[in-house]
Design a protein around this ligand. Structure first.
Ligand code: GLY
Length: 389
């Protein structure tokens, strides 16, 4: 039974409009600075610096521009987003920082969006090349898309739960090319993730190692979470949205069941304002930062799954999403552009703990995917949105 939060306020339709106006105006203000460059993965003291198009996160800024275009219909956004598409085509054609699995995060909100919204042939070409690059990382021994590092190396023979958001690019590639090879790999990777990433208590492992000789499951471990046996908030959030997207592309009841289970665990670990701490181990107190981006990602997952379930369950999901977004819009979104050039404060990219292996970056800052998924969730409440994923 999914937990409910009776009495918590929900974002109303007029508040959705207000939040979208505020967000698109901030994107408009940022256009001159980020027309021919990308936005860094996270802000520094509230302000995103520019960067080259070489990070895994560079697709989110063009995604925000496309969402702004959808909301306003203003051609300035279309023009700016198509300049970003040129950069993404250049990146994949020249193989710039693409030896990892994040092709969906990069190419769905930038280039698939461009193709869907404008018929851009460059967007389509770039996104298909990205799908081709992604499938080179499929490991038949263990049946998974290897996340990072040298292909086949024992110390890198693992996938991560985040990849559930890269896999939709493969479903899209099969749809547009008619070639089933992408979908086949998508389904095989998702089946592996379903088998090993969810623990018996419905929390999730961030990363999971397989045995390179036999393909057998080896062990779960964290990278960005607090400890190997804790649940990194964003990993759980990728699980929620990832399972909803998996179900969108393939109505396997196991995906729906997994969606319900990972969502239930996530909800059981939320603090009073429904925005999680960076790891779900923490539930109260001031000393640990939040990860506001997880709340937006989960809201998107809930709104996606609401399309496929019975009306009562769908209503529960929509209510939860509106409650989370109310909290984000009222208490986390940027109101004064003089204080930040981002959209949503209090995200956490990578926080170092005594037990994890990550490089500390973007702690208690705006994070580019947090801004993007906040806008996506608002757009989903505003209209019947045709996904970029
Ligand atoms: N996919 C990496 C992250 O969520 O930080």
């Amino acid at each position: 039974m999914i937990k409910a939060f009776p009495g918590k306020p929900e974002l109303t339709d007029s508040e959705v409009e207000e939040a979208l106006v505020r967000a698109t105006e901030q994107v408009r203000r940022n256009l001159p600075k980020f027309t021919y460059v990308s936005q860094n993965h996270s802000s520094v003291n509230g302000f995103y610096p520019p960067c080259d198009n070489n990070q895994w996160t560079c697709g989110f800024w063009p995604g925000e521009i496309w969402l702004s275009y959808e909301y306003t219909g203003d051609d300035i956004f279309r023009y700016a987003a198509l300049i970003q598409v040129e950069s993404f085509l250049h990146r994949i054609e020249n193989h710039i920082e693409v030896d990892h699995h994040d092709m969906g995060f990069l190419y769905s909100p930038s280039c698939v969006a461009a193709y869907k919204l404008t018929g851009s042939e460059k967007g389509k070409k770039a996104a298909i090349l990205a799908a081709d690059q992604l499938i080179t990382r499929f490991q038949p021994k263990g049946e998974f898309l290897q996340a990072w590092g040298k292909l086949g190396a024992k110390e890198n023979y693992r996938y991560i739960i985040d990849c559930l958001l890269n896999v939709p690019l493969l479903h899209w590639a099969s749809e547009v090319t008619g070639d089933e090879k992408y979908r086949d790999i998508a389904l095989r990777h998702t089946a592996t993730c379903l088998k090993y990433s969810i623990r018996p208590d419905n929390s999730t492992y961030h990363t999971f190692f397989m045995n390179p000789e036999t393909g057998a499951p080896d062990h779960g471990a964290t990278c960005q979470g607090y400890r190997d046996d804790s649940a990194w908030a964003r990993g759980q959030a990728w699980g929620v949205y990832g399972m909803a997207l998996s179900y969108r592309y393939n109505r396997n009841p196991a995906y729906l069941d997994a969606f319900r289970r990972v969502t239930e665990f996530y909800l059981s670990r939320l603090p009073e304002d429904l925005v999680p701490y960076w790891d779900l181990t923490f539930m109260s107190g001031e000393e640990e930062p939040r990860d506001s981006s997880s709340a937006s990602i989960v809201a998107c997952g809930l709104l996606e799954m609401a399309k496929y379930v019975e009306p009562q369950e769908a209503e529960t999901y929509r209510t939860l999403a509106r409650q989370m977004l109310k909290s984000l819009a009222d208490c986390y979104s940027v109101k004064d552009p003089k204080t930040s050039n981002g959209l949503v404060l209090h995200g956490t990219y990578s926080k170092k703990s005594p037990y994890n292996t990550c490089t500390p970056e973007g702690v208690d800052e705006c994070v580019s995917w947090g801004d993007y998924f906040y806008m996506e969730a608002l757009t989903r409440l505003h209209k019947d949105w045709d996904l970029y994923w």
